[in-house]
Structures are given as structure tokens and as C-alpha cells.
Design a protein around this ligand. Structure first.
Ligand SMILES: Cc1cc2nc3c(=O)[nH]c(=O)nc-3n(C[C@H](O)[C@H](O)[C@H](O)COP(=O)(O)O)c2cc1C
Length: 327
């Protein structure tokens, strides 16, 4: 009900706020006996952390992970795995002056409407730091499906465009495309838990995501059936399709082709340009959001898209294992 957990068998619960003392994840349902080290988890987290390029925020976040439970002598024990990253380099004073103002494009107004109060420092729970838990969990999830290769990349805008926008003190949106190779046919469930529906939920849960499409997606609305249909052929004893407009999913179930989807990110909300807003008393005000922000959040979101895809895939893989069990 509270919306902090994701997954049915491989279930994660993320916790923590951007400027709280720490942030983390509890993973329940990970099979026992899987080898995992803090170093492997750290490797995945390092791909996510800011400050690695001049086009991402200048915030320096070490994001050092610690395993608190569920791993003994380098192997998962089957009990809940708890991972923690302590928050450092937080500059809460950046938020002090604007604590009573609702930042345009942020969750300030809606969190207050829901809970009656909010942690105003760095966006609190709505901050992208929450995704640290997801990326950490994914480093474990990926080890359960070693043959499945998940690769996301920013397809637009170009780095040159981002650089130009940054110079104007503005921000820009972006599109990430993700391809999942070697997923077997048969993953996903009919009706409400279709594989594409679960991927859509996973992607739309990432902060700043406003759109999701699979295969030919929105373009398919303008295509003819004769063009959009993927014809089947038998190739070296394997049933494949000639084209892949379905993006590897038919009837909510993977068909063995590459699973291909795209995720649209909005432009970063925090910009230094003056904007109109209101304060918590409903008075009209203006705001200039200071602080260190990403000019294009999509640039930093590539490992987060991969992480959410891995979490869906591993869960569906485990569900399929249960369903295909013959006693
Ligand atoms: C990797 C990543 C980094 C982000 N960094 C920022 C940022 O520096 N400034 C900002 O305004 N929003 C940033 N966001 C987006 C906000 O967290 C998000 O827009 C906000 O919480 C409102 O949620 P919504 O856009 O999903 O409605 C980031 C998102 C991601 C995925």
C-alpha cells in the first residue's frame, strides 16, 4: 500500500531520504547460495553516481555500499539482504531558503498534499538518490540471470546539445533505449502482469520518467498491419520473427526476440532561471532554484533503466521457474 516495494518473488523495498543519514534497500526472496561481494555491488553503483562527467551534477557522492545482512561468507543465505549507503556531501542549506516554496516540476506540493508535511531537503524521498537501492539490488539480480544481457543507452539528445543547454543554465529531456538480449520465450504473465506492463511500471517509477514505449510503440499507431506484423520463420530449428516491431513481447509474454523499449525523461526541473510559484500559505512568489543539478537527468539514468529491467526480468524468471515446476 505504501508503494516502497517492487517485485513478487525477488522483492525489493527501498528506504531513506536524500539528506537523511543513509539510504538503502532490503531484498527479500533472493535464492540462497549466490556468491556476492560488496565490490560487485559497488561496481554497479559507481556507474550511477554523479560527478563522473562535466555534463552531470557536480555533487560528489561517494555512495559506498555496506552489506548489513543476508550474506554470509560471501554467499546469500536466503534471508533478507540489507544494503546501506551513508549520505555524505549533502548541502541541506541550499534548501533552507526555499523550504516553504513549491518548486515547479518537483514533488514538493504533492508530497505535502498527501502527507501534510515533507522533508524539504533535496527532495527527500522523491530524490533520485532513492534509486541507489534499486541499482544495488540489480547487481544481485543480474547474477541470477547471467545469460540475459541488458544494455541501455541515451539515444537523444547528443552530448553536444546537453553541453549547449547547460551553458544556458537550462535543462533538457532525453530518451533512453534499452535492449534485453537472450531472454527466453515464455517470460511474463497474461492480462494484468504482462511483461510490457511490468516493464512500464518499473520504468515509470523512475523519477522524471514521462513516457514508455515497447517495440514500434507510438509509431505503430500510424503503421499498417502488413508492415507492423512480425512474420515468423524457422531458422536453424528456432522460431524467430523477421522483424521485431513487437519489441520481443506478444500477449504480454516474451517471444525470444530481443526485448526493446524506450523511456522518455523530462528535462531536469531544478533550473536557476526565475520561475513563478506559490508558498505553503498559497501566496504567489518567484523562485530561483540553486544547488548542483543535472542538465539532463536521462544521461545519468542509463544504469537505473538497466537496473529496473533486471529486477523485472529476474522476478519473471523466478515466477516462470515456479510455474514450470513438475512435482
Ligand atoms: C538520475 C536522476 C537524477 C536526477 N537529478 C535531478 C536533479 O539534479 N534535479 C532535479 O530537479 N531533478 C532531478 N531528477 C528528477 C527528479 O527527481 C524528479 O523529477 C522529481 O522528483 C519529480 O518527480 P517526477 O518528475 O517523477 O514527477 C533526477 C532523476 C534521475 C533519474
Amino acid at each position: 500500500m505504501s508503494g516502497n516495494s517492487f517485485g513478487k518473488i525477488f522483492k525489493i523495498t527501498t528506504w531513506g531520504e536524500s539528506h537523511g543519514s543513509a539510504i538503502g534497500v532490503v531484498i527479500d526472496g533472493c535464492p540462497a547460495g549466490l556468491q556476492i561481494t560488496e565490490k560487485e555491488i559497488q561496481k554497479e553503483l559507481d556507474r550511477r553516481k554523479p560527478g563522473q562527467s562535466k555534463l552531470t551534477t557536480e555533487r560528489k557522492e561517494a555512495d559506498k555500499v555496506e552489506i548489513l545482512s543476508g550474506v554470509f561468507e560471501g554467499k546469500t543465505t536466503g534471508t533478507p539482504i540489507s544494503l546501506i549507503v551513508r549520505n555524505k556531501n549533502q548541502r541541506s542549506k541550499d534548501y533552507e531558503k526555499i523550504k516553504n516554496l513549491y518548486r515547479p516540476g518537483h514533488a514538493d506540493f504533492t508530497y505535502e498534499a498527501k502527507y501534510g508535511l515533507r522533508d524539504y531537503r533535496g527532495g527527500g524521498r522523491a530524490s533520485a538518490r532513492e534509486t541507489i537501492g534499486r541499482v544495488a539490488a540489480c547487481s544481485i539480480a543480474k547474477k541470477l540471470i547471467p545469460k540475459v544481457k541488458i544494455t541501455a543507452k541515451l539515444i537523444e539528445p547528443s552530448l553536444k546539445e546537453i553541453e549547449a543547454i547547460k551553458k544556458q543554465n537550462d535543462s533538457i529531456g532525453g530518451i533512453i533505449e534499452c535492449t534485453i538480449k537472450n531472454a527466453p520465450a515464455g517470460l511474463g504473465s497474461p492480462v494484468f502482469d504482462k511483461l510490457d506492463a511490468r516493464l512500464a511500471q518499473a520504468m515509470l517509477s523512475i523519477p522524471g520518467v514521462k513516457g514508455f514505449e515497447v517495440g514500434s510503440g507510438f509509431k505503430s499507431a500510424h503503421m499498417m498491419g502488413s508492415v507492423n506484423n512480425d512474420e515468423f520463420i524457422s531458422k536453424k530449428g528456432k522460431i524467430v520473427t523477421v522483424t521485431n516491431n513487437a519489441g520481443g513481447i506478444l500477449g504480454g509474454i516474451s517471444n525470444g526476440m530481443d526485448i526493446v523499449f524506450r523511456v522518455a525523461f523530462k528535462p531536469t526541473s531544478s533550473i536557476t532561471k526565475k520561475q513563478n510559484t506559490v508558498d505553503s500559505k498559497g501566496k504567489n512568489k518567484t523562485i530561483e532554484v540553486k544547488g548542483r543539478h543535472d542538465p539532463c537527468i536521462a544521461l545519468r539514468a542509463v544504469p537505473i533503466v538497466e537496473a529496473m529491467a533486471a529486477l523485472v526480468l529476474v522476478d519473471e524468471y523466478l515466477i516462470q521457474k515456479v510455474l514450470s515446476c513438475k512435482s
